[in-house]
Design a binder for this molecule. Structure first.
Ligand code: AMP
Ligand code: ZN
Length: 475
């Protein structure tokens, strides 16, 4: 239970204010995060958004909440424009690789989770494929038609945005501005009553080779992208959602449309807090999967960066600030991250002292204060550095706090150390074996036996075999 006054402060895109976070049910926070469109690898910009969401979830847990988080996998219905125009992203991927859309979805879903695992992004409790919940979308769309919020035109079902008040609240865009924007769109759908009405169900597709199709009361077809997130969120998290997240590009039209259709369906307010992560951009242009260097996590790894260096890079900045990617910036983050790991290694090497509970409490409060302040991860990192350099803290207290903070930061601050120790130990053993072989070649058996004994005292047993000397570590 969270004490009064200890509430997290979170910026809410809906009200444009930093608000006290108070969930509907104090026992469990419900959180929905838009998942990837699995037509290609995620770029590191996409991954920045998932890092932010991961930290938000872990931070809420750190503050004492139980979090139920759901994420979808968009494997159908997402157009390149985010509205109803442009190419179908999944078909684009299938064409590019000469595979079926189902194969593409499988390949890139797997790749997505490989990336997120490397970044210590925890898989949400519930992950659902958009294509697995067609009945749910049909149920919602039927009710929207029944209530007069939707209409059928040219075989498709559209949502009528003129039927809702506050349609533009989340995006803060004004209607006229958007209509001018829409006029520039060459593919204006003439069947829509308003240019910003959006497709709930399509039967009449401009994509002849659309193989993802299902039967519906309006004919064989497929759902629009927006209804998928509303459908999955309502099915798994109920009628009252606490937090809905995504990147800022999701504000309009995706999340705007989610609010319109969900609240029209439910007949009441749906989600309380809308949280958006700012973009990671290239210095000169928008990050893209098709133009410029396609910045993936694997590319960074090929260039020698540890995936967690990228996580560290992101945590150094605030999630609501745009972040510009550059290799120089990543190099600086890499140096700082390695220095941090070394500092922790040194503390671990001389672990001593009884854990000082008062100091633990004091620093945990400071760490929480930073995170409660609209998820200020860079201030949270400063608290970590303060712990490391506090001369009054003994090393066991420091290690306790480092492990504790890492449950939110997930930078493998202590794990890395173990790997390093292992590596150092192996280098030491190999060096000793080499020395012993040299001694044997020189017929200095006394020295060879001494080396064997020295290793034995450390719990390392060596054996000479036909393949050479092998060793065993008795821990
Ligand atoms: P998509 O796979 O295109 O549906 O996008 C996955 C997530 O990445 C969404 O939440 C987007 O809002 C987010 N996103 C897209 N581009 C960027 C970017 N350059 N920086 C940060 N997040 C982004
Ligand atoms: Zn979504």
């Amino acid at each position: 239970m969270i004490r009064k006054g200890d509430n997290m402060k979170l910026y809410n895109t809906l009200t444009k204010q930093i608000e006290d976070f108070i969930p509907h049910n104090p026992k469990q926070v419900t959180m929905y995060t838009c998942g990837p469109t699995v037509y290609h690898y995620a770029h590191i910009g996409n991954l920045r958004t998932y890092i932010f969401e991961d930290v938000l979830e872990k931070n809420l847990e750190y503050l004492g909440y139980d979090v139920k988080r759901v994420m979808n996998i968009t494997d159908v219905g997402h157009m390149t424009s985010d509205a109803d125009t442009g190419e179908d992203k999944m078909l684009k991927g299938a064409k590019r690789e000469n595979k079926t859309v189902w194969e593409i979805a499988e390949i890139y879903t797997k790749a997505f989770f490989e990336d997120t695992e490397k970044l210590n992004i925890r898989k949400p409790l519930i992950v659902e494929k958009a294509s697995d919940h067609i009945d749910q979308y049909i149920k919602i769309i039927s009710k929207l038609l029944e209530k007069g919020y939707a209409y059928i035109a040219n075989g498709n079902v559209y949502f009528d945005i003129s039927k809702v008040t506050n349609y533009y609240q989340l995006s803060e865009k004004n209607k006229e501005e958007l209509i001018i924007g829409a006029r520039e769109d060459v593919e204006l759908d003439v069947h829509k009553r308003n240019p910003h009405d959006f497709g709930l169900w399509f039967t009449s597709s401009k994509f002849e080779n659309q193989i993802m199709q299902w039967d519906s009361p309006w004919g064989r077809g497929y759902p629009g992208w927006h209804i998928e997130c509303s459908g999955i969120a309502l099915k798994f998290l109920g009628e009252y959602l606490d937090i809905h997240c995504g990147g800022v590009d999701n504000i309009f039209p995706h999340h705007t449309n989610e609010i319109a259709q969900s609240e029209s369906y439910l007949g009441h307010k749906w989600c309380k807090y809308w949280c958006h992560g700012e973009h990671l951009n290239n210095a000169s242009e928008k990050m893209s999967k098709s133009k410029g260097e396609f910045l993936t996590l694997s590319l960074l790894e090929q260039k020698g960066y540890k995936p967690l260096t990228y996580r560290f890079f992101c945590l150094q900045s605030h999630y609501r600030k745009q972040l510009v990617f550059s290799y120089e910036g990543l190099d600086i983050a890499s140096q700082s991250y390695n220095k941090l790991l070394n500092k922790v290694n040194n503390i671990k090497k001389s672990a001593e002292g009884e854990i000082n509970k008062e100091q633990v409490f004091k620093y945990q409060e400071l760490f929480k204060e930073a995170l409660r302040d609209d998820l200020n991860t860079s201030n949270a990192l400063t608290i970590l550095y303060d712990v490391i350099k506090d001369e009054e803290l003994n090393n066991n207290t420091k290690l306790y706090l480092i492990a504790d903070f890492d449950s939110v930061l997930s930078l493998d601050l202590l794990k890395e150390k173990e790997e390093k120790i292992e590596e150092e130990l192996i280098n030491y053993i190999n060096g000793m074996i080499e020395k012993r072989n040299k001694a044997k070649q020189e017929k200095n058996y006394k020295e060879a036996d001494r080396i064997r004994e020295e290793l034995k005292e450390k719990g390392i047993i060596i054996k000479d075999t036909k393949e050479g000397t092998i060793f065993e570590i008795n821990k």
